[in-house]
Design a protein around this ligand. Structure first.
Ligand code: HEC
Ligand code: HEC
Length: 209
């Protein structure tokens, strides 16, 4: 009876450990391998620790790991098909295996995000209004409903705070014309005019962690 209890609690501890582990089950060797690839390869475009300097390349610092893995898988499967995804990331993702994707995502999600440059006040005011309230006449829902009040994102919705204006606008246009084919964001972006895309992107770029 006593032995049975002991082994039962052993199983429970193991089960709990597995349930909680997640990012912590990335071993030291995998972490080092990911850091080497991040510094040696990805940083060329995505910058040191994922703080990309060129607005053509998205900031990865502080992005959610689950979202990052999903994007790397989509590049590898060639289902994220906007022109820059095809031109830059299909080739980058092709040689990555699941373990390296998971540890690269973990690496970037642990980097501290920062606010980007501030843009024009009128754009920010309009952008904040769209972000918080949407535009019901144009059929645009409030962005914050999914991406969070401070645009910090969640496991299921990407972080947008601090992202480059140019990259955000490019993605919104790709969702609109379905080159990046995601039904939910197609619905959101369908009614967005170019000046409103710029406004909401300008608002987002200046947001810090
Ligand atoms: C030669 C430049 C270049 C290199 C090197 C590069 N990337 Fe990218 N990456 C891009 C571009 C450009 C995009 C944006 C694609 C688009 O517009 O859809 C991107 C997008 C991404 C995204 C999607 C981000 C988001 O917010 O949706 C992830 C994740 C990513 N890259 C990870 C990596 C990783 C990991 C590496 C290293 C193995 C890497 N990239 C190397 C250019 C590069
Ligand atoms: C109903 C939920 C929902 C709403 C509302 C929403 N989004 Fe999204 N958004 C998503 C999801 C889900 C994704 C991830 C798409 C994917 O898997 O590629 C996303 C992705 C994005 C991306 C791409 C991020 C990146 O790193 O590439 C941008 C930019 C974006 N949303 C902007 C907005 C803006 C601006 C609004 C408001 C006008 C908005 N979203 C409203 C769900 C939503």
């Amino acid at each position: 009876m006593k032995r049975r209890l002991v082994s039962l609690s052993g199983t429970m501890v193991l089960g709990l450990g597995l349930g909680l582990a997640h990012a912590d089950d990335i071993d030291a060797a995998a972490r080092i391998a990911a850091q080497r690839v991040a510094v040696g390869t990805c940083a060329t475009c995505h910058g040191p620790q994922g703080h990309s300097l060129s607005p053509k390349f998205p900031v990865l610092a502080g992005q959610h790991a689950k979202y990052l893995v999903a994007q790397l898988q989509a590049f590898k499967a060639q289902t994220r098909g906007d022109p820059d995804a095809l031109g830059y990331m299909w080739g980058m993702a092709a040689p990555l295996n699941e373990e390296l994707m998971t540890s690269l995502a973990d690496y970037y999600s642990r980097q501290t995000p920062i606010a980007g440059p501030t843009g024009g006040a009128a754009l920010i005011t309009r952008g904040k209004d769209i972000y918080q309230n949407g535009d019901s006449a144009a059929g645009i829902p409030p962005c914050g409903g999914c991406h969070g009040a401070a645009a910090a994102g969640t496991d299921d919705f990407p972080r947008l705070a601090g992202q480059h204006v140019q990259y955000v606008m490019k993605q919104l246009r790709s969702f609109q014309n379905n080159m990046r084919n995601v039904a939910v964001m197609h619905g959101v972006a369908r009614g967005l005019q170019l000046n409103d895309m710029e406004a909401v992107a300008t608002y987002l770029q200046a947001l810090g962690p």
